[in-house]
Design a protein. Structure first.
Length: 291
C-alpha cells in the first residue's frame, strides 16, 4: 500500500507534465513563400526559424512525404515553446485554416536588416529619377517578392539562342540572368527581389552586339522596373529586333499569305502605286498579259 500511495502522485505528476508540454505547442497553416537557410516564410510575410531536425510529414496522411517545402506549397507548421518550427505537414492543395499567425507573431524573424538599404525606396522618398514611375499608393516593405519575367522574341531569333537579362545591378553583364525557353517565341525566368528595389534592364543574346533594339531599329533605352509589395509579380515584355540582325542587314521573314481584309499588304517590297488585286467577273477568264 505505501508503494501504491507513492506511485499514484508520481503518475499524476507525469500526466500533468505531458499535458503542459502538449499545450506549449502552437499550430498554424498557410501557404509557403520560401524555405531556405534555416527559415520558412509564409505568403503572409511572416518568417520563422526552423529546427535543424524539423520533421516533414504529409498533411493528408500524417506519414512520410516526398513533397519538399517550396513556394506555393501549403503547410501546417508546429511551433515549440521557443517559437521554432519543429514540424511541417505539407500539401499541394489548400489546407483548412488552423490557428492564427497573430499567435506566433512574437516568434517572427526580421525580414530585412535594420540598416538602411540604398536600393530600397522609403515611402517618404523624394521623386525618383526621370524615366522611373512609382504607382500611386505603392507600398515597399523590403520583403522578398517572386518576380517572373516573360519576354516574346521576334520570329527571326535563332532557335539555338539563349536569351539573357542584363541589368544595372549586375554592372550590365550581358550574361547576368539566363532565361528558360517556354516555346518558340517566349522565354521566362523567376527571381526573388526585395520589395522597393528599382533597377533597369535589357534583353540580349549573350553580348551587347546582340542586344535588343527599339521598334524603329535604333538602340533602345533600358526598361525601368519598381518592385512593389506582393507575393508574386509578373513582368511581360516584347523584343522587336536584335542589334546584330539590324547591323548585318538580315532581312525579316516575309509572310507567306495572300492579302486579306486584316492584312491587305503582306508583301511590303512591292512597287508603290499599284491598285490592289481585284477579282475577275464570273465566267470571264483573267486578262492575259501582252507580250
Amino acid at each position: 500500500m505505501p508503494m501504491m500511495r507513492l506511485i499514484a502522485p508520481l503518475t499524476l505528476l507525469t500526466l500533468a507534465i505531458l499535458f503542459l508540454g502538449a499545450g506549449s505547442t502552437i499550430v498554424v497553416s498557410g501557404q509557403l513563400l520560401a524555405y531556405q537557410d534555416g527559415f520558412v516564410f509564409f505568403t503572409t510575410g511572416d518568417g520563422f526559424r526552423v529546427a535543424p531536425d524539423v520533421v516533414l510529414r504529409d498533411a493528408q496522411t500524417g506519414g512520410a512525404t516526398t513533397i519538399r517545402p517550396a513556394p506555393r506549397i501549403w503547410a501546417r507548421a508546429t511551433f515549440n515553446a521557443a517559437g521554432t518550427v519543429t514540424e511541417l505537414d505539407l500539401s499541394r492543395s489548400p489546407l483548412p485554416p488552423q490557428g492564427s499567425f497573430a499567435d506566433v507573431a512574437r516568434f517572427a524573424v526580421a525580414l530585412s536588416t535594420p540598416a538602411p538599404n540604398p536600393d530600397l525606396i522609403p515611402n517618404n522618398a523624394p521623386a525618383p529619377e526621370p524615366g522611373v514611375t512609382i504607382p500611386p499608393g505603392a507600398h515597399f516593405s523590403g520583403m522578398p517578392v517572386l518576380v517572373t519575367f516573360i519576354v516574346q522574341v521576334p520570329p527571326n531569333t535563332p532557335l539555338t539562342s539563349t536569351i539573357y537579362i542584363t541589368t544595372d545591378a549586375s554592372g550590365w553583364n550581358a550574361q547576368a540572368i539566363p532565361m528558360d525557353r517556354t516555346d518558340a517565341m517566349h522565354y521566362q525566368i523567376t527571381r526573388r527581389i526585395n520589395s522597393g528595389t528599382i533597377f533597369r534592364y535589357l534583353y540580349d543574346r549573350g553580348s551587347f552586339q546582340s542586344a535588343e533594339v527599339a521598334q524603329n531599329g535604333l538602340s533602345r533605352s533600358p526598361r525601368a522596373f519598381v518592385v512593389e509589395d506582393a507575393d508574386v509579380l509578373t513582368r511581360r515584355d516584347s523584343v522587336y529586333g536584335w542589334q546584330d540582325s539590324i547591323s548585318s542587314g538580315a532581312s525579316q521573314p516575309q509572310p507567306q499569305v495572300m492579302p486579306t481584309p486584316y492584312n491587305p499588304a503582306p508583301f511590303p517590297n512591292l512597287p508603290t502605286g499599284l491598285p490592289p488585286p481585284q477579282p475577275h467577273p464570273p465566267g470571264k477568264p483573267p486578262a492575259q498579259l501582252s507580250r
